[in-house]
Design a protein around this ligand. Structure first.
Ligand code: NAP
Ligand code: HSE
Length: 430
């Protein structure tokens, strides 16, 4: 094909995502060249173990476990899909210092070292693109950097972690145990190398930090997110919530208030069945953005996996090769190194209704005792399956609810605090 430009790629990492990138740019390279006028050639691939047998569509002599070899190769871009914040940070910074543009899927790196990485890119007079870092194949970063630039955004929320959504779906509809569902998410390549990042909420917090930074044009840091994971969610609560008309999802919520303060939180959340987010199951991810000009926009699709994630990586590779990524990085002032650090509002000030399960001897007496507590209940009923009372409170600030929870524990003489799950606030209150 004439008029096709060859782009030399140094690939840092060739696992789930890197393998998907190789599949698209090599096995589907003709169609890509036809559409874009670009042909990507992998000229080196960094892995931990270069001797491992791999099913890849390029010459295995290109593998190295030496980052210096990757740095020495003449490449038009480095594509970092290795993960972690140590070696990956070195590889990314070294490339940017050599003025080589970087495409990365690494949310942990950007959530914790964003300023350092963006500054290195500017010093090197080059750019970094990271569509795949947030919610896999969804083009949400492109939407924030381009599609929504006419707007001031006031909130960004959604299902950002596929492993958790997959586990919750498998537990409820597939009858899987939490441990088995996590194992199959790992086997399918959805989970992080350290899966506690997924189930503990850290991966969602990383993505929320990046997305809210871009959405609000503020310098946010991954350490400022109030976070709970799904490890203590029990099947009985998923089932009861379902009967009451709710789906349970791990939700990241970023909100910018009128005074410029921000709150960032990640926690399991019950969502009424009528809301679109409630219907996002399996590995689907979704993002909802509230903006002042366009109103609400919704983005949904595969949030993880080899080809869906590689789709986003390759989109960035094309943007870097065409020069579009460089222009966006230079012109649009929403990257952490160019934005102000806001005040954080305590997540305890946010208002929710709460689903509560409390158990004192038997279901009937649990209900009686909850009736005697100073709480406005919107729903209160026995659950004979597990000798408990199931209740839903009126909306109240989290700090107030936690005091009530302590009272409930004392009134019912419980050894542990009752289980609770927040319920997604009404749209106007998010
Ligand atoms: P993965 O399957 O574990 O692959 C990681 C690759 O990097 C492997 O080839 C590994 O080498 C190599 N590697 C790791 N540490 C290295 C080191 N210190 N030195 C040299 N090579 C090293 O991981 P992945 O799922 O593809 O994820 C890669 C990145 O994409 C992560 O930042 C992840 O958060 C992000 N991401 C993943 C998904 C997904 O669905 N999996 C989606 C979006 C974003 P070996 O092959 O020799 O082990
Ligand atoms: N472990 C991540 C997830 C990969 O499950 O969503 C995609 O970022």
């Amino acid at each position: 094909m004439s008029d096709v430009k060859t782009i030399r790629v140094a690939l840092a990492g060739c696992g789930t995502v890197g393998g998907g990138v190789a599949e698209i740019v090599i096995n589907r390279g003709e169609a890509l060249a036809h559409r874009t006028g670009l042909r990507f050639e992998i000229v080196k691939a960094l892995v931990s173990d270069a001797s491992k047998n791999r099913d890849v569509p390029f010459d295995s002599s290109l593998f190295t476990d030496d980052p210096n070899e990757l740095a020495a190769v003449d490449a038009d871009m480095v594509v970092e899909v290795m993960g972690g914040t140590d070696r990956a940070r070195e590889v990314v910074l070294a490339a940017l210092q050599r003025s080589v543009p970087v495409v990365t899927a690494n949310k942990a790196l950007l959530a914790h070292h964003g300023v350092e990485v963006y500054e290195a890119a500017r010093k090197g007079n080059t750019c970094i693109a990271f569509e795949a870092s947030c919610v896999g194949g969804l083009p949400i970063i492109g939407a924030l950097l381009r599609g929504l630039q006419a707007n001031c955004n006031t909130s960004i929320m959604g299902i950002f972690n596929s492993t958790c959504n997959y586990i919750l779906t498998e537990m409820l509809s597939g009858g899987a145990s939490y441990a088995d569902a996590l194992k199959s998410a790992q086997q399918a390549g959805y989970a992080e190398a350290d899966p506690t990042l997924d189930v503990g909420g850290g991966d969602t917090a990383h993505k929320l930090t990046i997305l809210a930074s871009l959405a609000f044009g503020l310098n946010l840091d991954g350490d400022n997110v109030a976070m709970e994971g799904i490890e203590s969610i029990e099947l009985t609560d998923l089932q009861t919530a379902q009967e009451l008309g709710y789906a349970c999802k791990l939700i990241g919520i970023g909100k910018r208030f009128d005074d410029g303060a921000v709150s960032l939180s990640v926690h399991p959340t019950l969502i009424p069945h009528g809301e679109t987010l409630a219907g996002m199951n399996g590995t689907s991810g979704a993002v909802v953005v509230q903006s002042d000009v366009v109103g609400e926009t919704f983005y949904a699709g595969a949030g993880a996996g080899s080809l869906p994630t590689a789709s986003a990586v390759v989109a960035d590779m094309i943007d870097v090769a065409t020069g579009a990524a460089q222009k966006t990085f230079e012109q649009i002032r929403v990257y952490n190194d160019r934005t102000a650090t806001p005040k954080h509002r305590d997540a305890n000030e946010r208002g929710y209704a709460y689903f509560v399960r409390a158990s004192a001897n038997d279901a009937a007496s649990s209900v009686d005792k909850l009736k005697g507590c100073d709480v406005e209940w919107k729903h209160l009923a026995p659950n004979s399956q597990n000798d408990s009372a199931i209740a839903i409170t009126a909306v109240m600030a989290e700090s107030r609810f936690k005091n009530k929870l302590a009272d409930i524990q004392e009134t019912l003489s419980l050894a542990e605090s009752p289980k609770f799950i927040r319920i997604l606030p009404q749209e106007t209150n998010r």
